[in-house]
Structures are given as C-alpha cells and as structure tokens.
Design a binder for this molecule. Structure first.
Ligand code: NAD
Length: 256
C-alpha cells in the first residue's frame, strides 16, 4: 500500500494524469492534482477523489511552462514521495512551418518542467529515504512520426533526463523511470483527430484505424487505468531495482 506517501501528478485534471492520480489514490497515496487552470471544477475533482479513495487530495495551480511555478508546485505541496511528470501538449506541423512559440511551449511543458520539478523534489526524497520519479514520455520518446518535431524531441529528451537522474540517485532508494504510452484516447488525442482528418483527407473512423492505431499492432487504445496501474507497479517494492529505464504501454508499437 502507498498509505502515508504523497504523490504530485502534474497536468492531472484530465486524461492520463487524472487516471494515474486515481490509481495512486486507490493504492492509498495522498495526491496533489495540478493544472494551470484553477477552476472550481479542478478543486471539485480533488474533493471527489478524496471521498472516493479516503485519502488527502489537494489541487495546486501551477503553469508547467514557467520554471518558477514548477518549483513552487513542489514547495507548496511540502515535497513529495512520488513525482509523476505528466503535463504535456502537442502541436502538429511540418518542421519548416513549425511556429517558434509552439516549439518553445512544447519543450517547456513536455521537457523542461520535469527538470524543474525533479530538481525541487529529489532532495526531499533523498532526505526521507524513499522516492519514485515517473515521467510520462511516449512511444514518441523512442520512435518518431512526421510533423511532430517538438513533441518527439521533448519526449526523447525526457527519456534522456530519466536515465541521467536515475544514475545520480542509483545508490539511493529513489528510482526514476519513464512510461511510454502508445495511443490513449484522451482529450489530447481527440484534439489531433480533426487536423489529421484534414491532412490525410480522411473521415474520423479512418483516421483512428488507419493513421493512429495503424502504429499500434494491438489495434486498441491503451487506457488511463492501465497507465495508472503501471505507475502503481513502479511504486511497489517489486520495482525497487527498476530504474533508468522505459516501460512501453503501447500495444506493440515499438516492437515493429
Ligand atoms: P490531456 O490533454 O488530456 O492532458 C494534459 C494535461 O496537461 C491536462 O491536465 C492539462 O491541464 C495539463 N497541462 C497542459 N498544459 C499545462 C501547463 N502549461 N501547466 C500545467 N498543466 C498543463 O493529455 P493526455 O493525453 O492525458 O497527455 C498526458 C501526457 O501523456 C502528456 O505528457 C502526453 O504527451 C502523454 N502521452 C499521451 C498519449 C496519448 O495517446 N494520449 C500518448 C503518449 C504520451
């Protein structure tokens, strides 16, 4: 059980982050939810999760594109035992037309935020003698697709960051790993469907089957519950010697 542990999950008012937060709470961990929005619904989500799982859940607003806010999130939470770097955005465009501000935003939110939260969280893990850092990378941390230059670069980058910090904490009871999902049907993926439909001149069903799940040999989306279960496993005693590596949850994508 993760009773008595505190988990911070960045970007957790939606999608995979919310699913991971739920599974960590179900396993007994207290949870800090985060996004940049700070709406009444975000705080309501925290209350609902606390009620459902009988753990303490807080929502803390922080914009993961801002280095100081990433570090302040960890401080305001009072440190954490489990850090899940999940916040992420996507932008799809050919490299020569890729807007500079989109490149900067994707790198800031999908990669640099994890550097800042890790730097802020690891000293506390060290001091308390236990820690788990879980970075939500992607199959795009291991392979590429056209038109996703910033995303693929950021996700490869976070896999490198994972390995580096794992080496820096290797002699301590702190592990650092990345989970590499294939396609998971979340709002982020939903949002890519119209653009992809336009780009390939296809209908919704065709895009889902021929473009998205074409890369996923199982021909099924992974679920947020499965990703949460993988995170809980990485927090278990069985995973104590798993560090500096990636776990793919991608229906065989990266086996191709
Ligand atoms: P999502 O859009 O449903 O959720 C993204 C989360 O990030 C939201 O909670 C949002 O509030 C938060 N966020 C965005 N910008 C932020 C900012 N500036 N500050 C703080 N929070 C911010 O997307 P998702 O599909 O659940 O993606 C979550 C993570 O999983 C991302 O890192 C994504 O790259 C990764 N991923 C997703 C898939 C997939 O198929 N959905 C596959 C591989 C990897």
């Amino acid at each position: 059980s993760l009773k008595g542990k505190r988990a911070i999950v960045t970007g957790s008012n939606s999608g995979i982050g919310l699913g991971v937060a739920h599974e960590l709470a179900r396993a007994g961990s207290d949870v800090v939810l985060n996004s940049f929005t700070d709406r009444a619904e975000d705080h309501a989500l925290a209350e609902e999760m606390a009620r459902m799982h009988g753990v303490a859940v807080r929502y803390i607003k922080a914009d993961m594109s801002e280095p100081a806010e990433c570090r302040a999130l960890v401080e305001q939470a009072g440190g954490c035992d489990i850090l899940v770097n999940n916040a992420g955005i996507q932008h799809v465009a050919p490299v020569e037309a890729f807007p500079i501000e989109k490149w900067d935003a994707v790198i800031a939110i999908n990669l640099s935020s994890a550097f800042h939260t890790i730097a802020a969280a690891v000293p506390g893990m060290r001091a308390r003698g236990w820690g788990r850092v879980i970075n939500i990378a992607s199959a795009h941390g291991l392979t590429a697709s056209p038109y996703k230059a910033a995303y693929v670069a950021a996700k490869h980058g976070i896999v490198g960051l994972t390995k580096t910090v794992a080496l820096e904490t290797a002699r301590e009871p702190v592990t650092v790993n990345a989970i590499c999902p294939g396609y998971v049907l979340t709002p982020l993926v939903e949002a890519q469907i119209p653009d992809t439909m336009a780009k390939y001149g296809m209908g919704r069903e065709e895009v889902v089957e021929k473009v998205m799940l074409e890369r996923q040999p199982s021909r099924q989306f992974a679920t947020v519950e499965e990703l949460g279960g993988t995170a809980v496993f990485l927090c278990s005693d069985a995973a104590a010697q798993i560090t500096g590596t990636t776990i793919s949850v991608d229906g065989g994508w990266t086996a191709l």
